[in-house]
Design a protein around this ligand. Structure first.
Ligand code: ATP
Ligand code: MG
Ligand code: FE
Length: 338
C-alpha cells in the first residue's frame, strides 16, 4: 500500500510517498532556510506563506517522481502537531482536500512519533526500546513498550537542546540554523573551556539546557566587553561536551532501568557528529544496540510522517475530516489504541 505524507510543521515543506510503512518511494524536502536565515530564525507568518506557495507543486512533484498516479494511493498522512499553527494548517488543508477528492482515509500524525519512527525506515525495531528525541523544540526520553505506544519518562524543563545550539550559534554570529556550525567548530577545537552539567535530581530523566546556554553566552559577552575575541572554538567544544555528557549518561541509565533492547536516537540534533560518536562508543561498550537514522531522516521530512502514520493505517485508526491543527498535540495520547 502507498501512503502520501505531508509535513509542514515548521520551515520545511515536505511530501513523501511510503510503501508498506518501510520503503521510501520518494521523499521531497523543500527547505526555507535561505528565507529565514536573514532573520536569524523562523518567522511564522513567512513560513506559512511559503508553505502555501510550494505545497501543491511539491505534492505533484512527489507523485511524478514516484512514477504513480494520485489514484494509486491508499491513505493521506499529515503532521497534525506539534508545530507552528499557521504552518501546520497549510499541510492539513492540502491533506484534507486530497483525502476528500480521492475518497481516502486521513491520518493526522504526531511530529515526534515521526522523528522516532524515522528509524523504522532503515532499521528493525525491537521492543521495549527507548528513544532519545533531540530536536529544535524537544528533548525527551521516550519508552516504547510495544509498537506505537509512547511513554515519556524525561523531558526538558526549559530549552530544547537544538534551541540551545541555535541561541549559542546566533551569539557567535552564525546563520540559522546554528547547530551544524557549533558542531563543526566544537569538533575542530583542541582546547575546551569546561562548562557546567545540569544533572538535576539524581533519579531524574529530565533535562535543562538554559543554564548551560547562559554560561556560554556570559563567557562570550564578557570577552566582548573586555575587547577580547571570545575563544569560540574552545567554548563550542565545552558546550557540546556538556550537552553530550548529559544526553548520553541519562539515555543509557534509562536503557538499563527499563530493560530496553535498543536505543533509538532521533530529531535534528541526531545529525550532530559529536553526539553520534559518543553514543556509538558508549552503546558499544555497554552492549546496547543503537539505531540512528541517516542524516536526511534526522531533520524534518515527510518520510518519517508516513512511517509513523503506517502504525495507524494498519490498525484502521483514521482521523476525521474535520481534524484541526494541534500545536500542543500530546505524544502519549497519540499512541495506537490496539
Ligand atoms: P521539533 O522536531 O522539536 O518540532 P524542529 O522540527 O524545528 O523541532 P528538527 O528539524 O528536528 O527540529 O531539528 C532542527 C534542529 O536541529 C535545529 O535546532 C538545528 O540547529 C539542530 N541541528 C541540526 N544539525 C545539527 C548538528 N549537527 N548539531 C547540533 N544541532 C543540529
Ligand atoms: Mg526545520
Ligand atoms: Fe522536527
Amino acid at each position: 500500500e502507498l501512503i502520501l505524507a505531508i509535513e509542514t510543521s515548521c520551515d520545511e515543506t515536505a511530501v513523501a510517498v511510503i510503501r508498506g510503512g518501510k520503503e521510501i518511494v520518494t521523499n521531497i524536502i523543500s527547505s526555507q532556510i535561505e528565507t529565514h536565515e536573514r532573520y536569524g530564525g523562523v518567522v511564522p507568518e513567512i513560513a506559512s506563506r511559503q508553505h502555501v506557495e510550494s505545497i501543491t507543486l511539491i505534492m505533484e512533484q512527489a507523485i511524478r517522481e514516484a512514477g504513480i498516479n494520485f489514484r494509486d494511493l491508499s491513505a493521506i498522512a499529515v503532521t497534525q502537531g506539534p508545530g507552528l499553527v499557521g504552518s501546520l494548517l497549510v499541510g492539513i488543508v492540502a491533506a484534507k482536500s486530497l483525502a476528500m477528492a480521492l475518497d481516502l482515509p486521513l491520518i493526522g500524525t504526531h511530529h515526534i512519533a515521526g522523528h522516532i519512527y524515522a528509524n523504522q525506515l532503515v532499521h528493525e525495531l525491537v521492543y521495549p526500546c527507548i528513544a532519545l528525541v533531540a530536536s529544535g523544540g524537544h528533548t525527551e526520553l521516550v519508552v516504547l513498550e510495544s509498537e506505537g505506544v509512547f511513554r515519556i519518562i524525561g523531558r526538558t524543563r526549559d530549552d530544547a537542546v537544538g534551541e540551545a545550539y541555535d541561541k549559542v550559534a546566533r551569539t557567535l554570529n552564525f546563520p540559522y540554523p546554528g547547530g551544524p556550525h557549533i558542531d563543526k567548530l566544537a569538533q575542530s577545537s583542541e582546547e575546551e573551556i569546561v562548562m557546567p552539567r545540569a544533572w538535576l535530581d539524581a533519579n531524574s530523566y529530565d533535562f535543562s539546557f538554559s543554564g548551560l546556554k547562559s554560561a556560554v553566552l556570559a563567557a562570550i559577552n564578557s570577552a566582548k566587553m573586555k575587547g577580547e575575541t571570545p575563544r569560540q572554538a574552545a567554548l563550542a567544544r565545552g558546550f557540546q561536551a556538556s550537552v553530550i555528557d548529559v544526553l548520553v549518561t541519562k539515555a543509557l541509565r534509562a536503557v538499563r532501568a527499563e530493560g530496553a533492547k535498543q536505543l533509538l536516537l532521533c530529531g535534528g540534533v541526531a545529525a550532530n557528529g559529536g553526539l553520534r560518536a559518543a553514543l556509538t562508543d558508549r552503546c558499544a561498550a555497554e552492549g546496547v544496540p543503537l539505531l540512528i537514522p541517516p542524516l536526511v531522516l534526522c531533520t524534518d521530512n515527510a518520510a518519517m510522517i508516513g512511517a509513523a502514520a503506517h502504525l495507524k493505517y494498519k490498525r484502521g485508526e483514521f482521523t476525521s475530516l474535520d481534524m484541526k491543527a494541534e500545536p500542543g498535540l500530546s505524544l502519549e495520547e497519540w499512541s495506537v489504541r490496539s
